[in-house]
Design a protein around this ligand. Sequence first.
Ligand SMILES: CC(C)(COP(=O)(O)OP(=O)(O)OC[C@H]1O[C@@H](n2cnc3c(N)ncnc32)[C@H](O)[C@@H]1OP(=O)(O)O)[C@@H](O)C(=O)NCCC(=O)NCCS
Length: 344
Amino acid sequence: MSESYCFGLGVGTHNAKGEWLEVYYHQPVLNPSAALYNAVKPLIESASDTTSCRLNGGQLASLATTLGSAGEDEQASIAQKLASSKRPVVLSLFTTDTAPTSVPGAYLKLHLLSHRLVKPHQTDLTGIFGVLQNVAWTNKGAIDLDELPQRQLKARLKGKTLTVECVDKFPKMTNYIVPKGVRIAHTARVRLGAYIGEGTTIMHEGFVNFNAGTMGTSMIEGRVSAGVVIGEGSDLGGGCSTMGTLSGGGNIVISVGKECLLGANAGIGIPLGDRCIVESGLYITAGSKLNLLDDSNNVVQEIKARELAGKSDLLFRRNSLTGILECKTNKTAIALNEELHANN
Ligand SMILES: CC(C)(COP(=O)(O)OP(=O)(O)OC[C@H]1O[C@@H](n2cnc3c(N)ncnc32)[C@H](O)[C@@H]1OP(=O)(O)O)[C@@H](O)C(=O)NCCC(=O)NCCS
């Protein structure tokens, strides 16, 4: 068994006060080997932050040698390259899966997700909002918001425009990692910390938050809120919504099973099992009352949607004549359009 939880050598950005704004980890490691752990442990032990420490060129060059002798060639090569970095370099190591307490630690955890080393909910992200800085993400990299006006003026005086792509605590995932086998039409709509399974296509309307994502082949044209997991073969139609738990009292963690279809502009406040369909435009909240129909469309029971949470093979619709929500057995499992969804 590995003696530690995760490790990464990263290069990042400081603000003028020397505080971390963001960190890029080229190759984060989950459950590092004992050899890797022993090579880096002495460096972290002398740091004030228990999970990360800044390294200078000399330390990195000697770490590269130690890692090389320990047989950790890939990490040795990264250390060697970082030894000549003009930007601040950090080593992060979590001995156990604890909540992040620093920007480098938080970024390492987000990298684990986007590198598909852990799935959503598999790593402790408690308090991450409080740890991360709100940052201006620009064509010149991450800039502290307090320093932005001066940087904008400086650019203008040179006849240039500093382009602010977004202002957020979380950067675009693709500026850190593009996982294999995905299509992402609008990269700003996927935050670092998203887990995007191989075979996923995210169209312009799609959005994927951190600690959320798709397990495999999927078509995402709707919102995948924080914490939401979408099963293999499922399709989220244009503008649909999965209810988040970060605000507004929603406390059921939403998931979508395999081969489900959320119609365009539909929404769910309950988790779905496998092979479920939600009619286009229909929002099912947990407290919604529905009529359960049999195969001949006779009402067999009135039920609250939350009682159907996680159940498979259901079709939800709003009766277009009466306005009553209805749920019946779904007999037509969806199949993703192969031509549209092929990624490679
Ligand atoms: C809910 C949905 C799946 C039903 O489609 P379907 O299973 O093909 O069903 P049909 O349209 O063939 O209808 C079957 C029967 O149910 C009836 N029906 C369908 N929706 C109904 C509704 N909301 N209220 C009352 N009756 C309805 C039909 O009139 C039809 O009746 P009939 O047997 O008397 O002819 C479909 O309407 C839908 O919303 N699909 C989502 C597509 C989508 O948004 N994709 C993503 C694109 S980005």
